[in-house]
Design a protein around this ligand. Structure first.
Ligand code: NAP
Length: 542
């Protein structure tokens, strides 16, 4: 059993930021990472075309002005390899590697009430003991796969996009490739794979909205401009609802004259990517407002589809714009103009079975050499509940969250003292530029732990009253929006049997930050702060 003050689980963007900040505050922190490389989802999602749809300058750490000035992004939207290089640069630049244990898959964490410490069990038998456990497991990092009858009969190459085999070439020359799933991952990889593959079949269950990325190389002049005003840019990000730096317009959609609205939409569509959803403040709040934005986007999508018979099939019809996560793509709809790209509409013509050489639908048999699952994730709770986490009296977190996640401010849950969650359920997480959310929360945790240390407290624990109120508040905020009108990974709709509750906090990063800061200022209401006495301290150090 090795003793460490703070154990951080996961060496992705959140884990590295946590390690850096805890270390700077004088805590002895150690990161345990299951993989043989750092980077989290950016290590695993090595699929062709993988790219972030938040701009490079904003999808980066703000804690070091020197780092901001030194690092040179090359494109407006960073590719997966570039983000992974950045993450590795940060690890080297701030000498983090000596405090990261790779190939250390945490299987379980068990709270010991007598000593107020966590015992952390790593695959292979190693054990650690810590006062504070920080989960940086990623919000979209537990891949989910479909289970069609006979799926394992397929004898060709099978790849999971979220776990792309390291070193697997992106060249599919001569291959017939099937892509199952048309979320951001499927939409990003389709045009790229189509460039080399002999044939691509895209299996679509639900057509998805997308705004073109308007990606481009970053010029030296742009770089100088951004770096000259980086501080202001960060301030704008932190004070925008999503952490993307876009402030919604003040005029309501229906109050704007139609012509003006069209011009605003048009401009946003060609430049803002995700920010399109914020052109008017009520797009996600009001059905009529949403109808107008949705109609505009449908029209735009139809214009990008050259094959008339495909327009209806590829244009979303089952949900409103932005009620599920839209994509920001580079040439997805245009790819269907290529003679080697085919759409299999598996809602209209469902899959009937898998064979050694492909997938059959009610319409035809699709012969495949390679099948790529781009079927998404068990979002927000999946990565946490994969671990066997046991709190007071041995209560499994899986039992406690059976009806959905319960947290106070998204940072912790009652019965699991000294355990904190970064970018998880109950926080803005997947509804925000997650870099802003991560940094906000990590800084707050550091402040909390300093308070704990200075006051000689053994336990910090969310109270049941606070988590009941916060969880109700998260639902209440979601009910003010249109988010619950569609099944999505925001609300458990991505997985059969998952509790259908809204998981992220939709109140925006700015409001969320105010709540966090208010909590610290007021002495952490909603948290029980305890000293356990000399016996517990002795046991912790035994
Ligand atoms: P996703 O958005 O959840 O999409 C999964 C796709 O797989 C959907 O089209 C879904 O269809 C389909 N699918 C799931 N189960 C299926 C089944 N049993 N049979 C047929 N189809 C099935 O997952 P994702 O594309 O990996 O993206 C997830 C999120 O990760 C993104 O929204 C984004 O937040 C993040 N991401 C970001 C980027 C980026 O920054 N650009 C890139 C990739 C991912 P249904 O819609 O019918 O369920």
């Amino acid at each position: 059993m090795r003793d460490v003050e703070v154990i951080v689980v996961g060496a992705g963007l959140a884990g590295l930021r946590a390690l850096y900040s805890f270390r700077e505050a004088g805590f002895e922190a150690l990161v345990l990472e299951a993989s043989d490389e750092i980077g989290g989802v950016w290590n695993h999602n090595r699929y062709p075309g993988a790219r972030c749809d938040v701009e490079s300058y904003d999808y980066s750490y703000s804690f070091s002005p020197e780092l901001e000035q030194e690092w040179r992004w090359t494109e407006r939207y960073p590719t997966q390899p570039e983000i992974l290089r950045y993450i590795n640069h940060v690890a080297d630049r701030f000498e983090l590697r000596s405090r990261i244990e790779l190939r250390a898959r945490v299987e379980a964490a068990v709270y010991d009430e007598a000593s107020a410490t966590w015992a952390v069990h790593v695959q292979g038998g190693r054990r650690f003991r810590c006062r504070t456990l920080v989960l940086c497991l990623g919000q979209l990092s537990a891949p989910k796969l479909p289970s069609y009858p006979g799926q394992s009969d397929f004898a060709g190459e099978t790849i999971v996009s979220a776990n792309w085999p390291k070193g697997r070439s992106h060249d599919f020359t001569g291959k017939r490739v099937g892509i199952l799933g048309t979320g951001s991952s499927g939409m990003q990889m389709t045009p790229v794979i189509a460039q080399t593959a002999a044939h691509v079949t895209v299996f679509q269950r639900t057509a998805n909205y997308s705004v073109p990325a308007a990606n481009a190389p970053l010029t030296d002049e742009e770089d100088r401009q951004v770096k000259a005003h980086y501080g202001e840019r960060r301030q704008l990000m932190r004070n925008s609802p999503t952490g993307l730096g876009f402030l919604p317009g003040k005029t309501k959609t229906l109050d704007a004259p139609a012509e003006e609205r069209e011009a605003v939409f048009e401009k946003a569509y060609h430049r803002l990517g995700f920010g399109f959803a914020l052109t008017y403040p009520d797009i996600l709040l009001d059905e009529k407002a949403n109808d107008i934005a949705t109609a505009f986007l449908k029209r735009k999508i139809a214009e990008r589809i050259a094959v008339p018979e495909l327009r209806d099939k590829l244009t979303p019809s089952t949900h409103r714009f932005a009620t599920r996560r839209p994509s920001v793509d580079s040439g997805y709809f245009e790819a269907f103009s290529r003679p080697n790209v085919e759409l299999a509409d598996i809602k209209a013509e469902p899959i009937t079975g898998f064979t050694a050489d492909g997938i059959s639908t009610t319409a035809k048999h699709h012969r495949l050499d390679v099948l790529i699952y781009a079927t998404g994730f068990d979002a927000l709770t999946g990565s946490i509940l994969k671990l066997d986490i046991r709190g007071r009296k041995g209560q499994p977190l899986r039992d406690k969250w059976r009806e959905g996640p319960l947290t106070h401010l998204g940072v912790g849950t009652a019965g699991f003292p000294n355990m904190f969650i970064v970018a998880g359920p109950g926080s803005p997480s997947v509804l925000s530029n997650v870099m802003v959310s991560i940094e906000e929360q990590v800084d707050w945790f550091v402040q909390l732990l300093k308070h704990q240390r200075d006051a000689g407290l053994d336990e910090v624990e969310v109270t049941e009253d606070a988590e009941r109120d916060w969880t109700a508040h998260v639902q209440e905020r979601a009910r003010e929006t249109l988010y619950m009108t569609a099944d999505s990974f925001y609300n458990g709709g991505e997985l059969p049997g998952k509790p259908r509750v809204f998981m992220p906090y939709s109140g925006g990063v700015r409001h969320y930050r105010r709540l966090l800061q208010g909590s610290a200022k007021d002495g952490y209401p909603g948290f029980a702060l305890r000293k356990l006495g000399p016996a517990a301290k002795a046991r912790a150090h035994a």
